[in-house]
Design a binder for this molecule. Structure first.
Ligand SMILES: [Zn+2]
Length: 306
């Protein structure tokens, strides 16, 4: 667990990044101060230009900066060529006015434009919009899949009280290629509560070594994924997927074919975001770019999709 200071620091870094990706520059007037006899301080945003949905983010970031403002009454947070500054304008110990300003050293290039160029798509506004939609649709489906996966995950402790789910060593490895899983064949058909301590360790070691769950099966539509601990499933954000597209090659990580991004119908070479360790879902550090064909080969290895 991060402490409060670290959490605030992390949150303000994220907001800084999000403001950078708006491509805009902001000016805002922040006012507020101590609330009567209490020590807490409250601030609000009095004016902001341009006015858009980021008003709250600006207020949050400015409030974090006020906490850390130095004696010379200004504070700057700079990352790459993007700086957010907070300057104290006037006030006393009860009420103060601050100016929040952002500055860019070079004009922002929208990621969709860079992505278009990388994938030989003409960077017209219409195509940039299509790229955006394509990324957004994927995030939507990954979030859904991660959510469903999380619902299926279960730890040993909770699995102990499941009455009608039994270990199944078949369906997550239909081509019988997982040598480690074969070692658990003798436990197939058993409930978790029926395992001895040694057997539980065997199962738990398999999960630790292979980073794969063990299937607890009840019926074709009802099965659980036994894990040592539930993964945190942080589905990648729009900016993270864009960064992955921009910083990686447009060749498939496995077969090296040249991938294409916008396709009206299914083509084997179309780009997919592969979650390297299936169990961990589409978390930013767990993604590799690969073509549809390679991705589907990986998925078809199991019958009850993880
Ligand atoms: Zn491939």
């Amino acid at each position: 667990m991060l402490n409060i200071r670290e959490q605030i620091w992390k949150r303000s870094e994220i907001i800084h990044q999000e403001l950078y990706h708006t491509g805009k520059n902001y000016v805002a007037l922040i006012v507020g101060g101590k609330n009567g006899k209490f020590e807490d301080c409250y601030y609000s945003i009095q004016k902001v230009l341009p006015k858009d949905k980021n008003e709250n983010k600006i207020l949050n970031l400015a409030t974090f900066m006020i906490i850390n403002i130095s004696e010379n009454k200004e504070i700057h947070s700079r990352k790459g060529g993007f700086t957010c500054s907070l300057i104290h304008r006037k006030g006393d110990k009860y009420y103060s006015e601050y100016l929040f300003i952002t500055k860019r050293e070079t004009p922002y290039i929208f990621p969709e434009e860079v992505i278009c160029k990388k994938y030989d798509i003409e960077p017209t506004l219409e195509n940039q919009e299509k790229v955006k939609l394509s990324i957004e649709n994927r995030i939507y489906s990954y979030k859904h899949r991660d959510y469903e996966k999380k619902k299926r995950c279960i730890t040993f402790e909770d699995a102990n009280i499941l009455d009608d789910y039994v270990i199944n060593t078949l369906y997550l490895d239909i081509y019988n290629k997982d040598e480690e899983l074969k070692k658990l064949n003798h436990l197939s058909g058993k409930k978790v509560s029926e395992l001895t301590t040694e057997q539980k360790i065997e199962v738990s070691d398999y999960i630790k070594i292979t980073l794969r769950p063990v299937l607890l099966y009840k019926s074709p539509r009802d099965s659980k994924l036994l894990v040592n601990e539930i993964p945190d499933f942080q589905t990648a954000s729009y900016n993270e997927l864009s960064d992955i597209l921009i910083t990686n090659s447009n060749e498939c990580s496995y077969c090296k074919c040249k991938m294409s991004l916008l396709n009206k119908k299914y083509v084997e070479s179309s780009l997919t975001f592969d979650s390297i360790i299936s169990l961990y879902g589409h978390k930013k550090d767990n993604i590799k770019l690969c073509c549809s064909l390679c991705n589907s080969k990986k998925t078809f290895n199991n019958k009850l999709d993880i």
